[in-house]
Each structure stands twice: as structure tokens, then as C-alpha cells.
Design a protein around this ligand. Structure first.
Ligand SMILES: Nc1ncnc2c1ncn2[C@@H]1O[C@H](COP(=O)(O)OP(=O)(O)O)[C@@H](O)[C@H]1O
Ligand SMILES: [Mg+2]
Length: 358
């Protein structure tokens, strides 16, 4: 259908609505002016609502009122009567307008709410963008940290193990040509080689543990931790104390690796940052969780500025927190300058049906 014909049809429909409302309005106004009963004002209110429902505007209702008033205001009546009619019709008119007022108020409120919702959405949008950015940055950093770690291990393997093996090879060559060397030098070289071999074995053992503590799978969490702590105490001046509850072995293997990695990272932090003389590692079994605490007596730090800040350079604390979160655990660091540091992790026991059944 052509647009202009549509407009004509809609216009006619509107005019017929105005005409029918106009008649109702005039007779209702007339009723009210005759008796001026409060109850008749309800009709004005209802007519206002009908006008809104029929999509009539304020100008339409004003026009309807104007026409009705002209009809009701008989030219023959006295000045006093005219005044009374004008006053009463004003009351009637205001009552007819009140649904418009209510609707406008509703619009205003809805608009305000929409505005507030929009603002909240904008905030959420900005937060999501920031979180996305952080995640992107975090995965980038994790990749870098992994790559750096591989570089470090490869360099240490090359430098330390490579060097030791070169010296051993050189010593062995000397032994092969033993006819040319005196016995004391020979003995000396043998002893050197033995020490070197022992050191290299330790080193390789340490690398193996750092890469993936095989002990963890074969012997369990507590022996793996004990062995790691023993090696740590040997290569640092730290006095290390350990308490482990055997029930910790009931955790799933991915939970145990989380505890092991948290211990590793926390203890590396103790060595790197704490300047501590003592560290205690304790695993306790509470009702539904295994709790691990790593407490040092070092210089401590101000936690607020380090955990879990966005766009930080340090990933150790954040990484621990993430690992623990992935196995539904709780992670907390308590520290203050001059007061040592405590890392506390709680990991819930598995709830496998066969375990519960026993
Ligand atoms: N046991 C600790 N004693 C003192 N300071 C610590 C300890 N653990 C962490 N910190 C502080 O928290 C910071 C963040 O640690 P972390 O996230 O592991 O990063 P990184 O070890 O790479 O610096 C460290 O740089 C250090 O200042
Ligand atoms: Mg660290």
C-alpha cells in the first residue's frame, strides 16, 4: 500500500477516535458541571486514560476540552455562572490530564533506569576489556617465563654439566696415558673426578626434580617435598623444618603437584627475597582439606602492593594463586615488613564415590 494512502487511513482512524472521545468528554463534563460531584471526576481520569490508549496527545485532549467547554458555556448564562463553570471545568480538565502526567513520570523513571543500566553496562564492558587485556598479558608473560626457564635450564646444563663432563673426559684421557704420569697426580685426578661426578649427579637430580619431580608420582608428595627441602638446605644457609601429615597422600595427583609447585615457588621466594635464616613447611590435615603453610622469619613485605595486582612484573605469587584456584583451593599470603612471610594453601580432598564409600 502506498505510504500516503496509509497516512490518510491512519489519520481518519485518529479523527474518528477524537470525535468519539470528544462526545464522551462533552457529556461527562456536562454531568460534572451540573452536579459537581467529586465522584464524576473519575470519568475525566478514565477519559484521559482512554486518550492515552488511543495514542492521542496532549494537544488532542486540550482541543477536545476546548470544544466541550464552548458547548457547555452557554452564552445566555450569567457572569457568575460562567466563572463557576470555568473553575469546575478546569478541575475536570486537570483530572483528565493526570494520566498523561503519570505516564510521563513513568517514562522519565524508565529513562533514568535505562540510563543507569547503560552506565552499568558501560562499566562492565570496560571491566571485561581490562580483564581480557590482563588475561592476554598474563598468558603472554607465562609463555615468556616458561621460555626463560627453559633457557636457564639449558644454560645451566650446558655450563655446569657440560663443563664437569669435559673435565672428566680430560681426567680419563690422563688415566689412559697413565704410564706418563706419577701416582700422586693420578690419585689426585681420580679423587677430583669422583667429586665432580657426585656434584654432577646432584645437579642432574636437581634438574630432574625441577622439571618434574618423578618422586611425586612414584613415592608420593611427602618424600618428594622432603627430598626437595633436603637439597635446598644443602645448597643454602637456610635452616629448614618439615612436618607432613600422611593423609596428604590421599589428594589427587594434580592436587599434589599444585602443593609441590607452591612449595617450590614459595621457597624460591624465601631464598631470593626473604633474607631469612629459618623456614618451616608444615602440612596438616583438617576436616575436609589439606593445609600447607610455609613460614619464614625473613624481612617480609607489604602484601597489598604485590598480590594480586594487575599488570605486575612478578608472576610467582599470581601463578601460585592461579594454580591453587584451578583445583578449587584457597591461597593466602600473610606478610609485613620485618615480620616474615607465611604462604598458606588449603586444598579440599577429593570426593570420589569409592573414597566416600570406604
Ligand atoms: N618470602 C618472601 N619474603 C620477602 N619478600 C617476598 C617473599 N615472597 C615474595 N616476596 C616479595 O613479593 C614479590 C613478588 O614475588 P613473586 O610474585 O614471586 O615475583 P618474583 O619472585 O619474580 O619477584 C617479590 O619481588 C618480593 O618483593
Ligand atoms: Mg618468585
Amino acid at each position: 500500500m502506498h505510504w500516503s494512502s496509509l497516512c490518510v487511513i491512519m489519520g481518519r482512524a485518529m479523527n474518528s477516535r477524537v470525535a468519539s472521545l470528544s462526545q464522551q468528554y462533552t457529556s461527562a463534563l456536562q454531568d460534572y458541571l451540573d452536579s459537581q460531584q467529586e465522584i464524576l471526576l473519575q470519568q475525566a481520569y478514565d477519559l484521559g486514560r482512554i486518550a492515552i490508549a488511543g495514542r492521542l496527545g496532549l494537544l488532542d485532549i486540550a482541543q477536545i476540552h476546548q470544544r466541550a467547554l464552548l458547548e457547555c458555556l452557554l452564552p445566555a448564562c450569567s457572569m457568575e455562572e460562567k466563572q463557576r463553570v470555568l473553575q469546575a471545568s478546569e478541575t475536570f480538565f486537570l483530572e483528565a490530564l493526570s494520566p498523561f502526567e503519570a505516564t510521563h513520570r513513568g517514562f522519565r523513571d524508565a529513562n533514568l533506569r535505562l540510563q543507569q543500566l547503560n552506565e552499568t553496562l558501560e562499566c562492565r564492558g570496560a571491566e571485561l576489556t581490562a580483564i581480557n587485556y590482563d588475561l592476554h598479558e598474563l598468558s603472554n608473560r607465562i609463555l615468556h617465563v616458561q621460555e626463560d626457564e627453559r633457557k636457564r635450564l639449558s644454560r645451566e646444563l650446558h655450563d655446569q654439566v657440560g663443563q664437569a663432563l669435559t673435565v672428566l673426559k680430560w681426567n680419563l684421557g690422563l688415566l689412559l696415558r697413565s704410564g706418563e704420569v706419577d701416582a700422586t697426580l693420578l690419585k689426585q685426578k681420580l679423587a677430583d673426578s669422583q667429586t665432580l661426578l657426585e656434584e654432577t649427579m646432584d645437579l642432574v637430580h636437581r634438574f630432574a626434580i625441577e622439571l618434574r619431580p618423578a618422586m611425586l608420582d612414584e613415592l608420593g608428595l611427602l618424600p618428594a617435598l622432603r627430598s626437595y627441602l633436603k637439597a635446598l638446605a644443602q645448597r643454602t644457609l637456610l635452616q629448614v623444618r618439615f612436618h607432613g601429615s600422611a593423609a596428604a597422600e590421599q589428594l589427587r595427583s594434580e592436587q599434589k603437584i599444585v602443593l609441590f609447585r607452591v612449595a617450590q615457588e614459595s621457597l624460591t621466594n624465601v631464598v631470593k627475597h626473604a633474607q631469612a635464616s629459618q623456614v618451616k613447611v608444615a602440612l596438616h590435615t583438617l576436616k575436609h582439606v589439606v593445609q600447607m603453610q610455609i613460614r619464614d622469619n625473613g624481612q617480609g613485605f607489604s602484601v597489598d602492593t604485590k598480590v594480586p595486582g594487575r599488570r605486575r612484573k612478578h608472576l610467582g605469587l599470581l601463578g601460585m594463586q592461579e594454580r591453587v584456584r584451578l583445583v578449587n583451593g584457597q591461597f593466602a599470603v600473610t606478610s609485613a615488613p620485618g615480620q616474615g612471610t607465611t604462604v598458606c594453601v588449603e586444598i579440599p580432598f577429593r570426593s570420589r564415590p569409592e573414597v566416600q564409600a570406604r
